[in-house]
Design a protein around this ligand. Structure first.
Ligand code: HAM
Length: 424
């Protein structure tokens, strides 16, 4: 029979690597505990309309990248979530969290997202996002706090040389004022722009400024900047975000061309980048979405958040040669010399495990030498040998692998001896 292969753009995370994921995920969760963000788990699929309305009809995500199905029995249109914010905001509205006594509502999520993109290093069709959302406050300090959560995660894992790019994409009114002037400029160079940009001019002209094509960039280098069209209030908000970031010692650069690929952003928009990572240099992206809660049927509540993928984070660690302090290995391997010894070892094994000691024994009828090799491969800290003599005496020979130190003790004491050594 022909083998069936993994779908393109997905990956199996195998033992040996999954420990890195556990480490990073635990770090993210602990950071959220310290910053007082609480986990929310929303479904992996939602009504397609949520993303059409939330993320925006004319975004690449909604136009090209969603995995959607129509339920044949109910004609429900459902989509595997391409990002987390829309689902979280839907849940916020559905569970009336605007009425919760704890304000602002601070949530985090950690789970798979799905986008039909062209796979490459750091770009998958299924990837895991860690993201936070703070809903219910317009305070620029919380913009800085959200950026800090992402930066601290990277820093605590040992990454260096990250840059925070910051922009304000203004309010809907600011953008309307800017749009007329931007369109005048873009229409002047329309025919020289790339195909994507030409179609963006009419639908979302701000995104033309974010095109990676060199020619488009030079044609738009003198285009009017959104920062010159911010209202006094929007400009003050942007100033304050910068002041708070500086206070937290988080370096940033203002990039007036930064426009995010999702339509819900207002005011603060940011990305965290790392040069070494190559084509997909963006590690993290986020910003404010002050109109999204209302757009999805809730009260008019402001929000801000970010998301980053664990895949890109691990890639960044690899590029910088950072080894995470992963401890592997089991506590004890029981080496059996006779079939009778096996029966006793099997009971001891269970007692060890119940006492919190990680333990293993042979299930393949291997000779003693092969069992010792197996213990080695599992990086066992101890081996406990049970042979004919030990069985007769009710003892085991316990050997500490690092030192080679060996002693005989009563089988009944093994659990206590190892459980105590575990606590050291
Ligand atoms: P986004 O910029 O589309 O924003 O994605 C955020 C992060 O997800 C990216 O910076 C990258 O780390 C990761 N990412 C995106 N696509 C892929 C992919 N195909 N493979 C691997 N990693 C990927 C959002 O999703 C917004 N929901 C962020 C946000 C939260 N804004 C406000 N709150």
């Amino acid at each position: 029979m022909a083998k069936i292969q993994i779908p393109r753009g997905t990956q199996d995370i195998m033992p040996g690597t999954v420990e890195l994921w556990h480490y990073v995920e635990a770090k993210a969760r602990d950071l959220c505990r310290r910053y007082n963000y609480h986990e929310i788990r929303t479904p992996l699929f939602e009504h397609t309309e949520l993303f059409q309305r939330g993320v925006g009809e004319t975004t690449d995500i909604v136009e090209k990248e969603m995995y959607s199905v129509t339920n044949p029995r109910s004609s429900d249109e459902l989509t595997l979530r391409p990002e987390g914010t829309a689902g979280v905001v839907r849940a916020y509205v559905e569970h009336k969290l605007y009425g919760s006594p704890n304000q602002p509502v601070k949530l985090y999520y950690l789970g798979p997202m799905f986008r039909h993109e062209r796979p490459q290093a750091g770009r998958y069709r299924q990837f895991v996002q860690f993201g936070v959302e703070a809903i219910g406050s317009s305070d620029p300090a919380i913009d800085a706090e959200v950026i800090a959560v992402a930066i601290r995660l990277y820093q605590e894992l040992g990454l260096t040389g990250l840059s925070v790019e910051l922009n304000s994409v203004g309010t809907v009114e600011d953008r309307a004022n800017h749009r007329t002037h931007l369109l005048a400029h873009l229409n002047g160079v329309r025919t020289q722009l790339c195909g994507d940009c030409q179609s963006r001019i009419d639908r979302n002209p701000l995104r033309v400024l974010d095109c990676k094509n060199e020619k488009c960039r030079s044609l738009t280098k003198d285009a009017p900047s959104i920062l010159d069209y911010l209202s006094e209030e929007s400009a003050a908000h942007f100033e304050a975000v910068q002041k708070y970031l500086t206070a937290l010692n988080i370096p940033f650069t203002v990039n007036p061309r930064l426009v995010r690929g999702l339509d819900y952003y207002t005011l603060t928009a940011f990305e965290i980048k790392m040069a070494e990572i190559g084509a997909v240099e963006t590690l993290c992206g986020g910003g404010r979405y002050n109109g999204l809660v209302a757009e999805l049927g809730g009260e008019d509540m402001p929000g801000i958040g970010f998301a980053l993928s664990i895949e890109r984070l691990l890639l960044a660690l690899e590029k910088q040669g950072i080894q995470l302090p992963i401890t592997s290995g089991i506590d004890c391997y029981l080496v059996i010399q006779t079939p009778e010894a096996k029966d006793q070892a099997f009971i001891l094994l269970d007692q060890l495990r119940q006492a919190g000691v990680s333990a293993e024994m042979d299930y393949l009828d291997r000779k003693m030498k092969a069992q010792l090799k197996a213990a080695d491969r599992l990086a066992a800290r101890y081996t406990a040998i049970i042979g004919e003599t030990e069985l007769a005496n009710g003892t085991v020979v316990l050997k500490e692998m690092a030192t080679g130190e060996q002693r005989e003790l009563a089988a009944s004491e093994l659990v206590n001896a190892l459980a105590a050594s575990d606590k050291k």
